[in-house]
Design a protein around this ligand. Structure first.
Ligand code: GLV
Ligand code: MN
Ligand code: MN
Length: 413
């Protein structure tokens, strides 16, 4: 029998962590490398040390808490997710995966159990990609998918650099990746409606869909809104509106699984009586099938070229993230499925619609994920909600999967 997970303690930790950066409506704003991120990290690091873990920080601020194993030569079994949030984020996205890892450490401690392999709980830096793009920065850098210079040199909308901000909050460490990981497991809320609507408690995640993120800058001509005739205008915002419509159509044209979004737009000069001369905006497309995602990409490029031609605009389209569809390790996935079965929990195989650090780590280590339902499938929203019972159930599944890889827990001698 694995040691008992304390669902109440897990819930309390999540609620205490949610106080850091709490916003109206029950949400959390803990942007990567902000003061709130620092305080969230400090709290997690303190809890991990109190749980007997040693804490290490790498060159991009990924924070590892290690519980030693009986055999220090074995690579650790790593459990984790992220502590940063969206601007109007919820209490569970990311936080659940880190707190579930901590709960596993605490439960093993309570039962005085030792595993063969060390267990490491990790909080990856900047999973959300909202302040510094792209998403999954810490885990992608760890996996060698993003160069260290690109990460440290990345700038937020205020022009502040990732490297300076990491230094400022005191989380710039040394070393990056290269250490073998025995297996990586991440627990997360589903962030979609499927588990709730189909009445399943556990999502057995078989992989992540592919995605591509773009920055688009449209340039026309700023001019007087009263004296410039309609047929003379080079209105960048009108061009952006055409692109937004097209992106939405492209998302709908690739079922099942295709999605496409414009989530950010900045208008210049942003004055009500000036024709907008410039727009900078984001576009993202996602699809579980890479060949179909390529077709969506072609459609996006065509839509941008068409909007530029119609509005006599200059368009610059840059790809800022390109993540292929990523299957998880068959053995790790089977371990999650078996754990759900043994726990007598209803479970469903599914592909993740959202991005996760697990998708980056899957490129360098055997990986799988555990999903639990969230109310109404709502996430990236302060109203995000999950039940203590489902969160505890997901943690029990995680515990079994982790112990299966870390080697039979037995009493410390
Ligand atoms: C992050 O949560 C993403 O899916 O983009
Ligand atoms: Mn997340
Ligand atoms: Mn998120």
């Amino acid at each position: 029998m694995p040691p008992a997970v304390d669902g109440e303690r897990l819930w309390r930790s999540l609620m205490d962590l949610a106080e850091v950066g709490a916003i109206a409506g029950g949400g959390v704003r803990r942007l990567a490398l902000s003061d709130e991120d620092r305080r969230g990290r400090d709290l997690f690091a303190r809890w991990a040390r109190e749980g007997g873990c040693s804490v290490r920080i790498d060159a991009v601020g990924n924070l590892f808490a290690r519980r030693p194993g009986r055999d220090p030569s074995r690579p650790p079994v790593v459990i984790g997710s992220h502590l940063d949030t969206q601007p109007n984020g919820g209490r569970f996205d990311g936080a659940y995966g880190v707190m579930a890892g901590l709960e596993i450490v605490r439960a093993l401690n309570d039962a005085e159990l030792e595993t063969d392999a060390p267990i490491e709980v990790v909080a990856w830096t900047n999973e959300e990609g909202t302040r510094f793009a792209p998403s999954m920065m810490g885990s992608m850098a760890y996996a060698g998918l993003l160069p260290l210079d690109a990460v440290l040199g990345s700038r937020d909308a205020q022009g502040l650099s990732f490297g300076d901000e990491l230094e400022r909050i005191g989380y710039r460490g040394a070393g990056l990746g290269g250490d073998p990981i025995g297996a990586y497991f991440e627990a997360h809320i589903e962030q979609g409606p499927v588990l709730e609507e189909t009445g399943h408690t556990i999502g057995v995640v078989t992989g992540g869909q592919g995605q591509r993120w773009y920055d688009l800058v449209l340039t026309g001509q700023a001019a007087h809104a009263g004296s410039t005739p309609m047929d003379r205008r080079r209105d960048a915002l009108l061009g952006a509106a055409r692109v937004i419509q097209a992106v939405n159509r492209i998302g709908s044209a690739y079922p099942p699984g295709g999605v496409a979004t414009v989530g950010h737009l900045a208008v210049s000069p942003d004055s009500r009586n000036v024709i907008p001369g410039g727009v900078s905006m984001s576009i993202e497309i996602r699809h579980p099938d890479d060949a179909r995602r390529e077709r969506m990409d072609a459609a996006v490029r065509e839509a941008v070229a068409d909007a530029a031609a119609r509005g006599r605009l200059h368009a610059r389209l840059d790809v800022v993230l390109d993540q292929p569809a990523t299957p998880f390790d068959a053995h790790c996935v089977a371990a999650v499925r078996e754990a759900a079965r043994v726990e007598r929990l209803t479970h469903l195989d599914m592909v993740s619609g959202a991005a996760h650090d697990a998708i980056a780590i899957a490129r360098v280590a055997p990986t799988a994920m555990v999903f639990v339902p969230c109310a109404g499938g709502i996430s990236h929203n302060e109203a995000e909600s999950a039940s203590p019972q489902d969160l505890a159930a997901g943690c029990r599944v995680l515990m079994r999967a982790v112990l299966g890889r870390a080697g039979g827990a037995s009493r410390k001698r």
